[in-house]
Design a protein around this ligand. Structure first.
Ligand code: PBG
Length: 327
């Protein structure tokens, strides 16, 4: 026995699972998960997305069945993306009454009303140039795009959407949406703002899934520079002032510091988006047998909660819900 044995022994509370679970600081629950769904017009069969193993584009006809499976798993909410058959310069199908997304919302609310329907509000899946707003002389016009985005959000809510989530990164969009929603009597519909959305290479697989790759240039004149964290706090602050009910950081894994700083700087519910590239990297490594898929996924999502996320948008939601059920 020497005098310098430790008095404080961190291992005391790590001895068995009962002790470990008592001192556990962070909990991941199915009620915190949001699952993205792609609905494509004109499909009859689910269409696999090659770069996202396990994820498909859904035909309208099979949506009810998938939604019921999610409810069974205890997943509270979905985030909908529409892929229209026709695209044009102003994304007309984004705010068409019979658009694919409007049909999907009506169908879900009629058949599985307990599932919260959140809709992505952005023009890039609907424009033939693949940008998130309208174009003039190669520029994405801000204020002209706001009008269309607000129209799109209102048409989603009219169809029955529970929450709208603007992801376009135009300046003033949260305020524009709030104004139009209030004017049309939808004062109670919350806005989940993609507040700190970075111009990220991690969206690569999504652009295959949603057919939304920009046909020229990139999104760096509207999405944020990955180098900036203080600016992310300004984006969040602006969205709060414009009436956001929930703020978001996206992507998630390379932006844990931003998640943490947003959590520290505001009291709004905070969502994070564990994006397509983050999903595909884990799937690819797991398929190679290089990582333990289940443990890595749980570690990543728990890490996002620890960083400060209240809710997590993730393509892993059904798998995780199943694991949490078994646990
Ligand atoms: C639409 C939008 C994108 C994502 C969500 N909404 C793509 C983009 O901005 O290019 C990405 C989601 C993902 O990668 O999983 N603007």
């Amino acid at each position: 026995m020497t005098a310098n044995f430790p008095i404080v022994r961190m291992r005391r509370t790590r001895q068995n699972e009962a002790l470990r679970s008592m001192v556990r600081e962070t909990h991941l629950q199915t009620s915190q998960l949001i699952y993205p769904l792609f609905i494509a017009e004109g499909l009859t069969q689910p269409e696999p997305i090659a770069s996202m193993p396990g994820i498909v584009q859904w035909p309208l006809e099979l949506l009810e069945q998938e939604a019921k499976r999610l409810v069974q798993l205890g997943i509270p909410a979905v985030l909908l993306f529409g892929i229209p058959a026709e695209k044009d310069a102003v994304g007309s199908q984004a705010y068409a009454e019979q658009g694919i997304i409007q049909q999907a919302i009506r169908l879900l609310k009629a058949t599985v009303p307990e599932l919260l329907v959140i809709t992505d509000v952005c023009l890039c899946e609907y424009t033939d140039h693949g940008h998130c707003g309208v174009i003039h002389n190669g520029d994405v016009l801000n204020d002209e795009s706001l009008e269309l985005l607000a129209r799109m959000a209102a048409s989603h809510v009219e169809a029955g959407a529970d929450i709208v989530a603007p992801s376009d990164m135009m300046d003033g969009r949260v305020g524009a949406l709030r104004h139009v929603l209030d004017e049309q009597g939808y004062k109670q519909t919350p806005i989940m703002a993609y507040s700190a959305k970075f111009a990220s290479a991690f969206y690569g697989p999504f652009r295959e899934a949603a057919g939304s790759t920009p046909q020229f240039g990139d999104r760096r004149s509207y999405q944020m520079d990955p180098a900036n964290a203080r600016e992310a706090l300004r984006e969040v602050e602006l969205d709060i002032r414009e009436g956001a009910d929930i703020v978001m950081v996206k992507p998630a894994m390379a932006y844990m510091d931003v998640i943490h700083r947003v959590r520290e700087s505001c009291d709004l519910p905070l969502a994070v988006y564990n994006v397509s590239g983050e999903y595909s990297m884990i799937k690819a490594a797991a398929q190679q047998g290089w990582i333990d898929e289940r443990r890595v996924i749980m570690e990543v999502l728990t890490g996002l909660r620890r960083a400060g996320a209240d809710m997590i948008i993730t393509y892993f939601a059904p798998e995780v819900a199943q694991w949490l059920k078994e646990a």
